[in-house]
Ligand binder design. Sequence first.
Ligand code: IFM
Length: 412
Amino acid sequence: MTTFPDGFLWGAATAGHQIEGNNVNSDWWAREQTMPGMELSGDAVDSYHRYAEDIRLLAESGLTSYRFSLEWSRIEPVRGHFSKAELAHYRRMIDACLEHGVTPVVTLQHFTTPQWFAALGGWDSPDAEALFCAFVEQACTILDGVEWVVTMNEPNMQAAIMTAMRHLAASGGDWTSPTVEAEGDDEKKQQHGQFLTYADPEIGRMFTRIHHAARAIVRERTNAKVGWTIAAGALTAAPGGEEKLLQIRYGKEDVYWEGSRGDDFVGVQAYSSQQVDANGLVPHPPHPDNTLVGTAFRPDSLAMAVRHAWEVSEHTPILITENGIATADDVQRIRYTTAALEGLAGTIADGIDVRGYLHWSLLDNFEWGHWEPTFGLISVDRDTFARTPKPSLAWLGKVAARNGFEATEFAA
Ligand code: IFM
């Protein structure tokens, strides 16, 4: 039997723009309308209205934690105008969790920003820190009883997008989804492989400053543990790629793991592993087990990421805030998660302080420009919004209820 520490959180994660629908004031909404090749978020899966059902399904499965995000562009649709009604909406979500005995993990910013913020230059604006902090102060007014707060989701992915957008603007290239690998010939794949290869470490230092300012506000005004969540690439060096690995990983990750030193926890988000050679990231070679976002089936990436985060963050406690697989095959999802959890148990046995595991995602949702990659434990009919739990939800709920599992019991 593989077991986990007492009080270990077991849950699932989502993000506002990917599930709520009609976030018409967000920068992503605007981008979807104009970027070629992007599908629209539209009504998404209408979780804005159906959150109570979503939280109930999560709780009934046996899971004990729900990570969701506040949508800044709903709360502050116009600069300086904070909507009390929208704040009350998110407070109702927190209350729905607490009523079901579910521990809410609240993300203050998950990729999207208000359009007015983007128009000022977004995170590049000299006012970015003050503007985000003003929002964080308002958010803190609804966080009573919340134990876990994430200031920002994957600032390192946001930095990689910002770096790529600067290069695209300079070269007049095409945008593709940040999380879905390009299809087609090797040259196109190679270009996409390089698309989000680099993140300027200066952007990482800017995000760290803003994160620390937000962290101070959350600490002053709430009793929550506070941290941020980082996209972990579980990168390894191909022969000859050792130096390039260090260079790429610093801007894409390590500057952020360093920035989490002194936090109450750091969120680790891992899905796959990738090699770096002397030229940069090596695109995932074609394989029948590749996921619907084109990445390799690498459940071992979770343990690799945890070990790296633990070392570079200088032993900051870890919460797995995302891990999962884009697949239409739910048996494959269970197989992947079983292996990922076995690896995670190994890191705990080695003394790493891991506090919980939140699967990505509770619901099939809008994968930033694409609907085909399904990461959910629950599928959703996008016409009726009817929810259908997949076997993986009951499976993970049972793992949660027993705080462990027999590997052979579940692996198909
Ligand atoms: O859907 C995303 C999420 O918003 C951030 N982390 C990775 C997920 C899967 O690509």
